[in-house]
Design a protein around this ligand. Structure first.
Ligand SMILES: [Zn+2]
Length: 86
């Protein structure tokens, strides 16, 4: 079985194992583009999710001010304990 080093040494794309790799790269242009697009897609999805989480948390805080107080007090309690090493 041929491994990563073999493909790299022979200048063949490691991802599709068919096309020639770009100069100084381990992937061909097509695979590089595909992976770039995939990364961009994942990142944009995560950005949306993060935005959603932020919005949800803000809403939750405004809807539950007394719960937030408890949460905050517990957090400071936790921090105090953590600092004192219990
Ligand atoms: Zn390729």
């Amino acid at each position: 079985m041929k491994d990563y080093a073999w493909y790299k040494a022979h200048g063949i794309c490691w991802t599709c194992r068919e096309r020639e790799a770009m100069q100084g790269k381990t992937r061909c242009a097509e695979c590089a583009e595909l992976i770039r697009a995939k990364k961009n897609y994942l990142y944009s999805e995560n950005a949306e999710y993060r935005e959603y989480q932020k919005k949800y948390l803000k809403e939750w805080k405004s809807r539950n001010p007394e719960k937030l107080k408890i949460y905050e007090s517990r957090k400071s309690e936790y921090n105090r304990r953590y600092r004192n090493g219990y």
